[in-house]
Unconditional design. Structure first.
Length: 342
């Protein structure tokens, strides 16, 4: 492999592997190969940057062997237009070629990239969700923790006995709602689940396109949580609904929430920005959302960090920049925007 490697795609193709790329910074989202090539050539911005980086999982396997797939978790900086900084990608590719040559999947590949500056380890929830999703994609059985977790969600163990339920089991369960009677069990269990289970569970469900019947249930649950000012229950429902099939129900929840008494709570604002960001491509909703951020007590910290996060997302950037020039802003929002540039 002596000729210049232009892209990771070329590197993987040249090594004779099959591969898939995912964004795992926000939701776990499979990136189409043509889209990934355009990202790598900096023809289009990275669609879901987070904290100034593209967070990728690249799964690859030797097309001739039946070995388990390898996964690289990689983070590369993006520029102010959210385009990949190609120099860092080239640096990574050169380090790989130096360490592994043309054999990316051989025995010697293990541990060779451990100290690579572009390699990272996702947090426990993200890692469990990604593993669960791969097993589903590869039509492999779930982990050894799955059956016990199914038993827990069926209510037979008692919902307070959550201590021996593994995070990986919760991920397998969440990513397999369409198998066995998982969805029915979950619907019956949801309102009885303790926070210790609800939080990791909603962190898994945010990667799942949950069916409309479950969204409908979560919408009612969340509306009750708004009335009771229960931000924990509300944020769990928001996360679980963030990638739902019925986005109209998620829209309904977010709009109700932005007009409620807990609309300026930091957990609420951060969950919308981090998980339901796709709904903020609507200029009017974005305006209301940013106005709520401006009314938050710790505006000095929260407003600039949410602004910086959202302005990096290509689908939101033009609308957010449009808001800077908008005439009919509240005095509070105008001041918060002014402070960004002072």
């Amino acid at each position: 492999m002596t000729e210049q490697i232009a892209t990771l795609g070329q590197l993987l193709d040249g090594a004779g592997t099959n591969w898939r790329a995912f964004d795992i910074g926000r939701h776990i989202t499979k990136l189409d190969k043509k889209q990934f090539l355009a990202i790598e050539q900096a023809q289009i911005p990275y669609p879901f940057p987070l904290a100034g980086h593209a967070w990728l999982a690249i799964q690859f396997w030797d097309s001739k062997a039946s070995s388990e797939p390898y996964v690289w978790f990689l983070k590369f900086p993006v520029d102010e237009q959210s385009k990949l900084v190609c120099a860092s990608r080239d640096h990574f590719a050169n380090m790989v070629i130096e360490a592994l040559g043309n054999d990316l999947t051989g025995e010697q590949a293990d541990g060779k990239l451990d100290n690579n500056p572009y390699v990272f380890t996702p947090n426990a929830n993200k890692l469990a969700a990604f593993n669960a999703q791969l097993k589903v994609l590869l039509k492999q059985p779930a982990s050894q923790y799955y059956e016990y977790t199914q038993l827990y969600f069926s209510g037979k163990l008692g919902f307070d006995n959550w201590q021996s339920v593994a995070v990986q089991g919760i991920a397998d369960f969440a990513l397999r709602l369409d198998s066995d009677k998982n969805l029915a069990s979950l619907q019956q269990a949801w309102e009885q689940l303790p926070a210790e289970v609800l939080q990791p569970l909603s962190a898994m469900l945010e990667h799942v396109e949950i069916p409309p019947v479950f969204s409908q249930q979560l919408l009612s649950y969340a509306q009750q949580a708004i009335a009771q000012k229960d931000t924990l229950a509300l944020c769990c429902a928001l996360r679980a609904m963030s990638k739902a099939q019925a986005q109209t129900l998620t829209v309904q929840l977010v709009d109700t929430l932005l007009d409620s008494e807990i609309a300026t709570e930091s957990d609420v604002l951060l969950t919308i920005a981090g998980r339901c960001f796709n709904l903020l491509t609507d200029p009017e909703r974005l305006h209301i959302f940013m106005d709520n951020c401006a009314h938050h007590q710790q505006i000095e910290e929260l407003f600039p960090s949410i602004f910086a996060d959202l302005v990096a997302i290509p689908s939101i950037r033009p609308h957010l920049l449009g808001l800077l020039r908008k005439e009919n802003r509240s005095e509070t929002l105008a001041r918060a925007i002014g402070r960004l540039f002072s």
